[in-house]
Design a binder for this molecule. Sequence first.
Ligand code: AMP
Length: 215
Amino acid sequence: MNILFLGPPGSGKGTQAKQLAEKLSLQHLSTGDAFREAIGNKTPLGVEIKSYVDSGRLVPDELVSRVVFEKIQQSGKSASFLLDGYPRTVDQAKALDDFAKHEKMALDAILLFDVPATDLIKRLTARRQCPKCKEVFNLVTRPPKVKDTCDACSTPLMQRADDQESVIKERLDIYERQTAPIIDFYKGRPGFHKINAAQSVEKVFSDMVEALKGK
Ligand code: AMP
């Protein structure tokens, strides 16, 4: 089963994706994590995209799609994917449809994470991430057991450069202008489900599992 996660920054896609991928044995493909890793390792890709990611702007469509398709192709035919943070524009969604058709890859479920805009800024400014294992915490809703330290691997937590308040506003604006139109692109499809992501992590997870039943 292949699944797409759609939703604004801060809607909890990353947290849920990690858990769902583990439960269903899917490969979790987060374009944001892949880009941050490339930036951290100063690879040619990382150098090329750093200014986009740090300022909250979208990386050009062709480049993102190439990275995603290469990762899918490298994993072989039998792998199933959870795409988290891709597609993010209508052109990316069209490129994914073309790729999926060519590779005979089904897009079985498309889950839209729905959260009121007012909650998103609060969630994003309180977000902290482990740079090593990528575990995500929230100072309000999911604080680490030891201050500023990852529960899983004890690495000091970091705030993402693009989680500063000035950049967050830009990212939410970009979401509305460039990403939200893909909701209409996918809305009529059989696997499309809107998930109320303003609920607890556990309730969002069980709603997702319910939505995926029979897929
Ligand atoms: P995320 O961790 O999903 O919030 O992504 C962090 C940043 O990576 C975004 O603000 C963009 O700069 C870049 N990015 C991630 N996914 C995409 C995508 N599908 N298209 C363009 N840029 C992306």
